[in-house]
Structures are given as structure tokens and as C-alpha cells.
Design a protein. Structure first.
Length: 536
């Protein structure tokens, strides 16, 4: 009897359990292909002008929701064309009609609300052929940056509403992912481990697997203020230019860095920045050194003439910077100094008139722009401007001069010069008597590369800065803000400057960092520097 009852229960119970178990619906349940999803631009509810966020959020959702064979997101152009025919407020019924006209299975719409510092992104997922008003998905955050950071999770939740089953990995898989070390920045991929270093002039920075991500040159017996490079003598090979506070050094890369020329500066001169660019268009790039003496710019230019490197122009009252400017390539800009302040508007494009270097007209930049820590970049065919302000925060400005975004972190520099005369022996020192030369920005499309120096005491002391390590960050503009998409390993010391170069003339760009190494000893330690190299 017990055996009979057991089998009878099994026959009745097992089919019931199977009927209750959730099943993953096939993406092709409505057809032979994946679910087609139309994503509508979100409505903006905020006292601030956040209209620029619409395109960025739409792009982020599109890229994150796509699942091969299961979910296909319709192109933006088709969605915008359908929307142009219906300018009313979007609700579930309107979304359903738009979805029908687009041939979509689902429509995603919603709103971004920002009140004070708090933000919320609320979405509805509407089944075009269903009758329910839609399934709600949302994220909340105290800062706009946190909304962006949660986009992956939001897109997964929307996909789950469409598919009808969870996409979260099982606990064991999550644990395995958590234990896996984070990947390094892809463009700064590790150099494959060779049996020996690639040249006698470079050595791994430290033993272990990560050692081959960066290589370090021989130490230089001075502290680097700035660095640049290019073909200075027209032989097709790159030279590297380093400056310390007083002198200029020209090195040639021949399996290591060989000193070619040292040009000593004036006794009271202080070098602040250096750039290399061929302004005279003769195949030989010139060296533009920004220098200061007695609170005035006394910049100079060095060029290769008659078989030697010579100063061909001096005492120029300009702060020089070569910036990446999209399709225009590299452009030399100049800016003057204020009477008792750093740089003052306007900014000029610089050129050669056959005798000297002079401004050839105002640069087409927003009013009030500064070239101190500045670069232009492009996004969806439009030019924007990234710059570091006097508070050492990275900011983005549109062509009209409106600041669109500001970073939470600082990008500090210890390169400074006095811009006011010292006060009398009894007078207080004013906090704004120093001019800081900001770290360099380099752009590539909608990407910006920047140096992030790290201090053990933060940015608490404005006048006295101590940086013990740093990293290179890669940031990508998504239409609303810069997102960090990767960074290098941390490097001990202060990162003074960086450039991209084709060291071996093989068409591969190399990242070259100028790093002031930690002093040997706390007091009176020998100050040295080095060039740190990684393949890009």
C-alpha cells in the first residue's frame, strides 16, 4: 500500500511541479528573429538644462541592451523620424502606437528627474501587442554620475522584463568574477614578456607579471618640468626634449636615450612648459619653451640650423601650448600674462612671418578660454573643449562657452611660478601669488588622456604640494559627462608630462611618461627623473 501511494503521488505531483517551473521564453516566440525594441529619448524634468543628456542615455541603453539572437534595438534615426510625427506627451498607449508603426515588439520610454543633488531615471517597458500599461524599471542616485554608473544594471533589468527570465549570473559565477583581478587599460596593454628587455636603455620597472606593462629609461640627474618630442633635424627620427627649471635637454632615441644637446637658461629664468611642432613647415620641428623671469614671460624658440640646435627667438611674452584640434591636427596657441595674474584672454593662434613668431589672429574659442591644461575633442561631429580650471577640476565647455560638466576629482600639478612680487618683510603672503601650470591633456576623437597625480594628503594645501604616485587615465565623453574607461597601473613619483610617439617608426604609438622619481632619502636626497614607456 505504501509503495502504491508513493507512485500515485509521484504521478500526480511531478507534472504539477513542472507546470509551475518558470521557463525561459525563446526570443523568436513572435517570429524567427530576436525581439525588436524601440528606445525613445527620455523626458527631462529638472530646473537645470540637461537636454544634452538625452542622446547620451539613449546610446548607453542601446549598447547595453543589445543581446545577440535575443534583443535587437532599432536604429535611432528610425525612432526619431517616427517621433517627429507625434509631438504629444508619451504614455503607454502612445508608445504602443509608435511601436506598431516601427514594427517593434517592445518600446522603452521614461524620464530623467533631477532635483537638487538627487537624480532618478524611470523607465517603462511596454509590450506593443499586450494590453498592460507597462512594466516599470528605475534607478535612483544622489549624484548624476551614480546614475551613469548604474546603467549596466538598468539595461539588464529592462532586458529581463522583455525576456521574462533573469539574466543575473549564479552566485558561484559572481564569486569567480569577483576573485578575478581587474583588467588593465586596453590601449595600454602589457608588453609581451620577452626573454630579455627590448633594449639596453630600458628595464622593467619591478619584477613580476606587471613589470612588463611599463619600461623605465636610465635615470636623469634632474627633475623634469616638461617634455615633448618630434623630428627636430629632418632625418625622420624622433628627438625628445626635456626641460628642468633652468635648462633644456635634447635626447635622441637609439635603443636608449642619448643626450644630443644641452642649452642652459638664464640665471633668473624659470622654465614652465615645452612643446614641439613644425610651424615653419620645413620638415624640422621647432621647440617652444615657455619661461618666466621677474613675473613676466620670457619664452624662446629653439630650431635646428646649420647643423646645430640654436635659439632663434627669445624674450617672447607668450605662454605657448600645442593642442590637438580634431581634423586640424596640432595647433600652436599663445596666451599673454596679466599684470598680477596668470593667463588672460584672448587666446591667439601663432605663426611664422619669415622673421619671428607672432599671433596670426584670435583662436576661435569660447570667450574666457585658457590654454593651461586644455584640449579640443569631438563628439557626434561637434567640437567641445576640455580644460582644467583654477580649482584643478576637469571641466567641459561647449562652443558657446557654457560649462556642461565638472569632475569631482582634482588633477593637481606641482609646477608653479610666482606671478606677483614678494610682499614686504612684514606683509602677509596672498594665496593667489602663484601660477600653476596644469597637467597636459591629449585628445583622440571623443577620448581624452590625462595625468592624475596622487597626494597622500589630498589637495588640502594649495601652495605646498607633495605627490607620491600617479596614473594615466583614459576618459570618454558620452554626451553628458566623461566616463573613466581605463587607467594605467600606479607609478611611484610625480608625473610631469606625457606624449604619444612612434619610437621605432613601425606605425605603433608608444606612451612616453616623464616621471620625477621619489627622492633617495627624506632630507637632501638626490633628485632624479626618468622616461617611462608603454606600448599603446
Amino acid at each position: 500500500m505504501k509503495i502504491f501511494i508513493f507512485f500515485a503521488a509521484g504521478i500526480l505531483f511531478i507534472p504539477w511541479v513542472l507546470a509551475q517551473a518558470p521557463t525561459a521564453p525563446q526570443a523568436g516566440a513572435r517570429g524567427n528573429g530576436p525581439f525588436k525594441v524601440a528606445i525613445l529619448p527620455v523626458a527631462i524634468h529638472s530646473p537645470e538644462n540637461l537636454g544634452y543628456m538625452q542622446a547620451g542615455l539613449m546610446d548607453m541603453l542601446t549598447s547595453r541592451m543589445e543581446l545577440e539572437g535575443r534583443i535587437s534595438v532599432l536604429e535611432k534615426g528610425a525612432v526619431k523620424k517616427a517621433l517627429s510625427q507625434d509631438s504629444g506627451e508619451i504614455d503607454s498607449e502612445t508608445a504602443r502606437k509608435l511601436g506598431e508603426s516601427l514594427g517593434a515588439d517592445y518600446v522603452v520610454f521614461g524620464s530623467l528627474t533631477k532635483l537638487g543633488d538627487s537624480s532618478s531615471l524611470d523607465l517603462k517597458v511596454v509590450d506593443v501587442k499586450g494590453e498592460k500599461p507597462g512594466s516599470s524599471v528605475y534607478i535612483q542616485a544622489k549624484k548624476m554620475e551614480e546614475v551613469i554608473a548604474q546603467m549596466d544594471d538598468l539595461a539588464r533589468k529592462v532586458d529581463e522584463r522583455i525576456l521574462g527570465y533573469p539574466l543575473s549570473p549564479p552566485a558561484a559565477q559572481k564569486a569567480a568574477v569577483a576573485e578575478k583581478p581587474a583588467e588593465a587599460l586596453k590601449p595600454m596593454a602589457a608588453i609581451p614578456v620577452p626573454p630579455q628587455p627590448p633594449s639596453p636603455g630600458l628595464r622593467p620597472m619591478r619584477p613580476g607579471r606587471e613589470a612588463y606593462e611599463f619600461w623605465q629609461s636610465q635615470p636623469f640627474p634632474f627633475q623634469i618640468v616638461g617634455m615633448s618630442g618630434g623630428d627636430l633635424d629632418g632625418d625622420g627620427k624622433s628627438e625628445f626634449v626635456l626641460i628642468d627649471e633652468r635648462n633644456l635637454y635634447i635626447y635622441r632615441w637609439e635603443n636608449d636615450f642619448q643626450l644630443v644637446k644641452k642649452i642652459e637658461g638664464g640665471r633668473i629664468n624659470q622654465n614652465l612648459a615645452v612643446d614641439v611642432v613644425d610651424i615653419r613647415k620645413n620638415g624640422k620641428a621647432e621647440i617652444f619653451v615657455t619661461a618666466m623671469a621677474e613675473q613676466q614671460f620670457v619664452s624662446f624658440v629653439v630650431a635646428y640650423q646649420d647643423g646645430n640646435f640654436k635659439v632663434i627667438a627669445k624674450d617672447l611674452d607668450w605662454f605657448f601650448r600645442v593642442v590637438d584640434w580634431g581634423e586640424r591636427g596640432q595647433v600652436l596657441l599663445g596666451q599673454g600674462k596679466g599684470r598680477e595674474e596668470g593667463l588672460v584672454a584672448p587666446v591667439y593662434e601663432m605663426g611664422w612671418d619669415g622673421k619671428t613668431y607672432k599671433d596670426i589672429g584670435r583662436a576661435k574659442l569660447p570667450r574666457g578660454s585658457s590654454i593651461n591644461g586644455f584640449s579640443a575633442f569631438t563628439h557626434e561631429g561637434k567640437t567641445y573643449y576640455a580644460f582644467i580650471d583654477s580649482d584643478f577640476k576637469l571641466k567641459v565647455m561647449d562652443p558657446q562657452g557654457k560649462v556642461l560638466w565638472k569632475s569631482n576629482v582634482t588633477y593637481g600639478s606641482d609646477n608653479s611660478a610666482r606671478i606677483k612680487r614678494l610682499p614686504g618683510p612684514t606683509g602677509p603672503q596672498e594665496p593667489d601669488d602663484l601660477f600653476f601650470v596644469n597637467v597636459r591633456l591629449r585628445s583622440r576623437g571623443n577620448e581624452v588622456f590625462i595625468l592624475k597625480n596622487i597626494s597622500p594628503v589630498g589637495e588640502f594645501f594649495k601652495r605646498a604640494r607633495v605627490y607620491t604616485k600617479g596614473e594615466v587615465q583614459r576618459l570618454v565623453w558620452i554626451g553628458a559627462m566623461f566616463m573613466e574607461t581605463g587607467k594605467s597601473q600606479e607609478i611611484a613619483g610625480y608625473m610631469a608630462d606625457f606624449q604619444f610617439h612612434d619610437l621605432n617608426r613601425e606605425g605603433d604609438k608608444t606612451l612616453v611618461l616623464a616621471v620625477n622619481l621619489p627622492s633617495e632619502g627624506w632630507i637632501g636626497g638626490r633628485k632624479t627623473s626618468a622616461l617611462v614607456i608603454s606600448r599603446l
